[in-house]
Structures are given as structure tokens and as C-alpha cells.
Design a protein around this ligand. Structure first.
Ligand code: HEC
Ligand code: HEC
Ligand code: HEC
Ligand code: HEC
Ligand code: HEC
Ligand code: HEC
Ligand code: HEC
Ligand code: HEC
Ligand code: HEC
Ligand code: HEC
Length: 309
């Protein structure tokens, strides 16, 4: 081996030794910091009486539930090890994790998910629109507020806080009784994400509607094709200015698919036809005066076929 090559090898070895010593020193320092560790709930209680009380009365403090913070590091299961916070005499921004607005959303949620990931409710969290929009658990839940399901506010107030448009819709003349408390947002949506589109708690819109409006499912002897296809072809879901949550009022709704003219002549006269002159037959419930079983019919022969009975 040439002299030059040997020198080069020596330098390389020296470099490795230096790196090894340097890195292990760094690692050791990190380890020392981690060892600072947990302080324990009684110490926290001393300075945070209020937060202690709200925790102590919450589900998270129930010893009988395995895997609860009470059976782990209590406060520090969520806030992380707090010994260095205590050493420094407490205070803002001193060695303790806080769920304030500045904290990263995913980091905040991951602290809850360390226990809740396995739960059935959160199976679709990773593909939820809330997660991808930067909403975190603590935007809806408050551990220290002492309310049902740890919610900051009850529904629908909680949801309206961010969904003003839905609030507006639910105040329209025809609406699902959300404000009346008969239907909750979470009856139809899973705020933690769901397999259905728009985080709807069913495989499709129609399957969702059938859960509460089973009589619309059929099968009918005479089906009206758009009904099976999607209820939202004719209805909106949160609210509408037309009766019965309809998208448009009749007859325009029906005429968007069925021709204006060409309605069978009998029993109509020229003046009663649905041509350019408005017909007295369209007063009141319009097409529905006669076609009353619009979702499908088991009526006999052409009456059924035409949803007249
Ligand atoms: C010696 C008193 C003391 C002890 C013990 C103590 N804290 Fe604090 N802590 C404080 C003070 C003071 C503040 C600042 C409060 C404020 O400004 O509202 C604070 C702030 C906090 C914050 C908010 C931090 C921030 O950056 O806004 C959290 C979370 C917290 N403490 C949790 C804990 C936990 C968990 C424990 C137990 C491991 C604990 N504290 C023990 C005094 C203490
Ligand atoms: C957009 C609002 C929102 C977000 C974000 C949210 N939740 Fe919820 N969570 C709710 C509502 C509303 C309920 C009550 C649902 C019900 O009563 O059926 C609930 C219920 C729960 C429940 C109780 C389930 C039960 O019925 O027993 C757990 C556990 C839970 N959430 C954990 C989490 C965790 C963990 C996160 C973050 C990964 C999170 N939530 C994010 C709104 C939210
Ligand atoms: C299950 C998780 C969890 C546990 C357990 C928990 N906290 Fe909290 N803590 C939170 C969340 C989330 C917030 C944000 C405010 C809220 O949701 O109410 C918070 C807020 C706080 C704050 C206010 C911080 C700020 O930014 O102003 C303090 C102080 C605090 N907690 C102390 C405690 C103490 C002391 C305990 C134990 C007695 C405790 N926490 C137990 C999750 C938890
Ligand atoms: C150390 C584990 C642990 C951590 C961390 C934790 N939880 Fe829990 N949580 C539980 C257990 C256990 C239950 C009771 C059984 C259940 O509902 O799954 C529970 C219950 C709940 C409930 C249901 C309350 C009710 O009244 O039914 C909500 C909501 C919840 N946790 C939200 C959160 C949020 C938000 C966080 C983060 C700030 C969090 N949890 C952190 C273990 C934990
Ligand atoms: C009766 C069931 C039902 C109820 C109750 C309900 N939703 Fe919906 N929501 C739906 C359906 C179905 C869609 C999908 C609409 C579509 O595909 O066009 C939807 C869509 C949405 C969307 C997506 C944007 C949009 O308008 O298309 C948001 C946001 C939403 N809902 C929020 C809420 C909130 C907040 C509440 C409670 C105040 C609520 N929903 C109550 C069924 C419901
Ligand atoms: C902290 C704010 C916040 C709260 C509280 C909140 N949401 Fe949302 N939500 C959002 C954001 C941001 C989006 C994504 C942008 C959008 O579609 O408006 C969203 C989207 C949605 C969507 C549309 C999903 C999609 O696939 O397009 C539904 C449905 C929804 N939220 C339901 C709810 C329900 C139900 C509640 C109450 C339990 C709720 N949200 C509470 C912020 C919030
Ligand atoms: C969680 C149960 C539930 C689900 C799911 C549900 N609804 Fe409803 N719906 C109701 C209730 C409750 C009423 C009010 C009934 C009453 O007042 O007699 C209602 C009323 C209606 C009305 C009549 C409104 C009026 O002004 O008279 C229509 C139309 C309607 N729903 C369509 C739908 C459609 C379309 C879907 C699917 C997207 C759906 N519903 C899903 C519970 C539900
Ligand atoms: C072709 C348009 C159309 C489609 C599609 C449609 N509907 Fe309707 N729906 C109507 C009309 C029109 C009314 C008003 C009927 C009346 O006033 O007699 C109505 C009324 C309703 C009502 C309230 C009155 C009643 O009959 O109970 C409910 C609930 C309802 N629809 C649910 C649904 C559901 C669920 C679906 C999907 C399976 C659906 N609709 C699909 C046109 C439609
Ligand atoms: C989205 C389009 C659409 C809307 C909106 C619609 N229909 Fe239909 N309708 C159809 C289709 C498609 C058929 C099946 C036609 C066929 O089989 O030739 C049908 C069939 C019918 C039939 C049975 C006659 C036949 O030719 O089989 C009647 C009656 C009818 N519709 C009335 C109405 C009324 C009344 C409304 C308004 C409340 C309405 N439709 C809204 C698409 C629609
Ligand atoms: C006065 C009662 C009445 C009114 C109002 C009415 N229809 Fe009809 N419609 C009927 C009857 C009856 C039949 C069946 C005629 C037959 O069997 O020859 C029918 C048949 C139909 C058919 C099937 C036509 C075909 O070629 O087989 C459609 C589509 C239809 N109506 C749509 C509508 C629409 C859309 C409106 C509102 C603009 C409307 N109808 C208003 C009584 C009415």
C-alpha cells in the first residue's frame, strides 16, 4: 500500500472516531432531557386546581376504565412529561405541551389518537375532510369543559360555528328539523370521517335517506327512475325555500325532465292543456294534484304506471 493511501486511511479513521464521540454525546444529552420525565398529577394539582377538578370529574379520570389517562400518566398522558415545567416553576411556554391555536393540528390530534386510534369511531379519521382541512380533536372537544362527550358545545351550535352556510339553509322555510332537535348533524354525518361521500354515514345518499324514510325504498310495481337513482335529484337536504325540501317548485321541477307540451289530451280541453297558457289543473299542488305517488306506486295498471294512485 502506498504512503499516500495509508495517510488517507488514517484520516478517514480519525474522522469516524470524532463523529462517533460527537454523536453519542448528543444522544446522551437528549436522553438526559427525556429522563426529566413525569411529575405526577398531585404536583400539577397544586398549581392547577381548576384544570385538576375538571379532569377529575371527567371520563378520563375514571380508574375503572382500562387504558384511561388515570391508569397512565394522568395529565401528562396528553400534555406530555412535565417535570421540567415544574422545575422551572411553571409558566407559559415552559416545557409543557399545550393545545392552543399555535400548536400544529396533526400533533394535537396524534396525542388523542395515541389512545383513540383503535376505536371504531375513528377508523376513517385519516381520510376525513376535517383532518385534511386542518381541524383537530380539540376544535370540537374540550377535555376541561366538563360537558357531554367532552364536546365544546352541543350540536348543532358546535357545527354552525364553522358551517355558516348550513346554518343559513337550516333556517329556510322547509328544512330537516335540526334546530328543533329532532335530527342531529351527526345522525347523518360522522364528523370523524366516514366511508360515504361528504362524510355521510351510509354507502350512498339513498341508503342514508332510507334509514329514516324506509317507506320510500320500495320496491314498487312502478318505479320512478330518478327516485332510485338519487333522492337529491329533486330534494336538497338541509333546507329549501320550496315545500318538502324540493330543489325547484312544481311544475318546473317535473318539466325539467318531462316536456311542457305533449301531456295526454284526455281529459283536457285545449284551454286546460299544459301548453303556453297556464292550466287551472296546475293550481295548488300542480302536477301532484294528480300524480300523488311520485316516489313509486303499486296502484293498478295505468294509474300506477303514471303515479296517479
Ligand atoms: C409551581 C406551579 C406549577 C406546577 C407544579 C405546574 N404548573 Fe403548569 N403552569 C403554571 C403556571 C404559573 C402557568 C402559566 C399559567 C398562565 O399563564 O395562565 C402554567 C401553564 C401550564 C400550561 C399551559 C402552558 C402554555 O404554554 O400555555 C399547561 C398545559 C400546564 N401548565 C400543565 C401543567 C401540568 C400537566 C403540570 C403537572 C405535570 C403542571 N402544569 C404543573 C404553574 C405550574
Ligand atoms: C368536527 C368536530 C369533531 C372533531 C374534529 C372530532 N370529534 Fe369526536 N365527536 C364529535 C361529536 C359531535 C361527537 C358525538 C357524536 C355522537 O354523540 O354520536 C364525538 C364523539 C367522540 C367520541 C365518543 C364516541 C362515543 O360515542 O362513545 C370520541 C372518543 C371522540 N369523539 C374522539 C375524538 C378524537 C380522538 C378526535 C380527533 C382525532 C375527534 N373526536 C375529533 C365531534 C368531533
Ligand atoms: C385527555 C387529555 C388531557 C388530559 C388528561 C388533561 N388535559 Fe389539560 N388540556 C387538554 C386539552 C385538549 C386542552 C385545551 C383546552 C380544552 O380542550 O379544554 C387542555 C388545556 C389545559 C390547560 C390550559 C392551557 C392553555 O393553553 O391555556 C391547562 C393548564 C391544563 N390543560 C392542565 C391540565 C392538568 C393540570 C391536567 C391534569 C389534572 C390536565 N390538563 C389533563 C387535554 C388534557
Ligand atoms: C391515555 C389514553 C387517552 C388519551 C391520551 C385520550 N383519551 Fe379520550 N378516552 C380514553 C378512554 C379509555 C376513554 C373511555 C372509553 C372510550 O370512550 O373509548 C376515553 C373517552 C373519551 C371520550 C368520550 C367521552 C364520553 O363522554 O363518552 C372523548 C370524546 C375523548 N375521550 C376524547 C379525547 C380527546 C379529544 C383526547 C385528546 C385531547 C383524548 N380523548 C385523549 C383514553 C384516552
Ligand atoms: C338528514 C341528513 C343530514 C343532516 C341532518 C345534515 N346533513 Fe349535511 N349533508 C347531508 C348530505 C346527504 C350531504 C351531501 C349533499 C350532496 O352530496 O350534495 C350533506 C352535505 C353537507 C356538507 C357539504 C357541503 C354541502 O353543503 O354540500 C356539509 C358541510 C354539511 N353537510 C354539514 C352539515 C351540518 C353542519 C349539519 C348540522 C347542522 C348537517 N350537515 C346536517 C345530510 C345531512
Ligand atoms: C373548527 C371548525 C369546524 C367545526 C367545529 C366543524 N367543521 Fe365540518 N368542516 C370544517 C372545514 C374547514 C371543512 C372543509 C371545508 C369545507 O368543506 O367547508 C369541513 C367540512 C365538513 C363536511 C364536508 C365533508 C366533505 O367531504 O366535503 C361535513 C359534512 C362537515 N364538515 C360536517 C361537520 C359536522 C357535522 C360538524 C359538527 C359535529 C362540523 N362539521 C364541525 C370545519 C369545521
Ligand atoms: C336521521 C333521520 C333522517 C334521515 C337520515 C333523513 N331524514 Fe328526512 N326527515 C327526518 C325527519 C325527522 C323529518 C321531519 C318529519 C316530520 O316533521 O314529520 C324529515 C323530513 C323530510 C322531508 C319533508 C320535509 C318537509 O318540509 O315536510 C323530506 C323531503 C325529507 N325528510 C327528505 C330526506 C332525504 C332526501 C334524506 C336523505 C338525504 C333524508 N330525508 C334523510 C329524518 C331523517
Ligand atoms: C322526481 C323527484 C323526486 C325524487 C327523486 C324524490 N322525491 Fe321525495 N318528494 C318529491 C315531491 C314532488 C314531493 C312532494 C310530494 C307531496 O307534496 O305530495 C316529495 C316529498 C317527499 C317527502 C315528504 C312527504 C312524504 O311523502 O313523506 C319525503 C320524506 C321524501 N320526499 C323523501 C324522498 C326520498 C327519501 C327520496 C329518495 C329515495 C326522494 N324523496 C326522492 C319528489 C321527489
Ligand atoms: C330527473 C328527471 C325527472 C324528474 C325531475 C321527474 N321525472 Fe318523471 N320520469 C322520469 C323518467 C326517466 C321516467 C321514466 C320514463 C319512461 O320510462 O319512459 C319518468 C316517469 C314518469 C311518469 C310515468 C309515465 C311514464 O312515462 O312512465 C310520470 C307520471 C312522471 N314521471 C311524473 C313526474 C312528475 C309529476 C314529476 C315532478 C314531481 C317528475 N316526473 C319528475 C324522469 C324524471
Ligand atoms: C288533472 C290531472 C293531471 C295533472 C294536473 C297532471 N297530470 Fe300527468 N297525467 C295524468 C293522467 C290521468 C295521466 C295518464 C293518462 C293516460 O293514461 O292516458 C298522466 C300522464 C302523465 C305522464 C305520462 C305520459 C305518457 O306519455 O305516458 C307524464 C310524464 C305526466 N303525466 C307528467 C305530468 C307533469 C309533468 C305534470 C305537471 C306539469 C302533470 N303530469 C300534471 C293526470 C294529470
Amino acid at each position: 500500500m502506498g504512503e499516500v493511501k495509508r495517510r488517507f486511511m488514517f484520516l478517514l479513521m480519525a474522522l469516524f472516531v470524532f463523529l462517533f464521540v460527537f454523536l453519542s454525546a448528543m444522544l446522551f444529552q437528549k436522553g438526559a432531557e427525556g429522563n426529566a420525565g413525569y411529575a405526577g398529577v398531585t404536583i400539577c394539582k397544586g398549581c392547577h386546581e381548576g384544570h385538576y377538578e375538571s379532569y377529575a370529574s371527567s371520563i378520563h379520570a375514571k380508574k375503572a376504565i382500562p387504558g384511561n389517562p388515570a391508569n397512565r400518566e394522568a395529565c401528562e398522558s396528553c400534555h406530555g412529561p412535565g417535570a421540567s415545567h415544574v422545575e422551572k416553576g411553571g409558566g407559559k411556554g415552559t416545557g409543557i405541551f399545550t393545545f392552543n391555536r399555535k400548536a400544529n393540528a396533526e400533533e394535537k390530534s396524534s396525542r388523542c389518537l395515541s389512545c383513540h386510534e383503535e376505536s371504531q369511531h375513528l377508523a376513517f379519521w385519516n381520510m376525513s375532510r376535517h383532518k385534511s382541512a386542518g381541524v383537530s380533536c380539540d376544535n370540537c372537544h374540550s377535555i376541561h369543559a366538563g360537558k357531554d362527550k367532552n364536546l365544546k358545545d352541543p350540536e348543532p351550535v358546535l357545527c354552525y360555528g364553522c358551517h355558516r352556510a348550513v346554518n343559513f339553509q337550516a333556517n329556510k322555510q322547509s328544512h330537516h328539523p335540526i334546530n328543533e332537535g329532532k335530527v342531529r348533524c351527526s345522525d347523518c354525518h360522522d364528523p370523524h370521517g366516514a366511508f360515504g361521500e361528504k362524510m355521510v354515514k351510509a354507502d350512498s345518499v339513498n341508503e342514508l335517506c332510507y334509514k329514516c324514510h324506509a317507506e320510500k325504498r320500495g320496491p314498487f310495481m312502478f318505479q320512478h327512475p330518478p327516485v332510485d337513482e338519487n333522492c337529491l335529484i329533486c330534494h336538497t337536504v338541509h333546507g329549501s325555500n320550496h315545500t318538502r325540501l324540493l330543489n325547484k317548485k312544481t311544475p318546473q321541477l317535473c318539466q325539467s325532465c318531462h316536456e311542457l307540451r305533449g301531456h295526454p289530451g284526455t281529459p283536457y280541453t285545449k284551454f286546460d292543456s299544459f301548453g303556453e297558457t297556464p292550466s287551472n289543473k296546475l293550481v295548488g299542488r300542480s302536477c301532484l294534484n294528480c300524480h300523488s305517488n311520485i316516489h313509486g306506486s303499486n296502484g293498478p295498471s295505468t294509474h300506477g304506471l303514471n303515479f296517479v294512485r
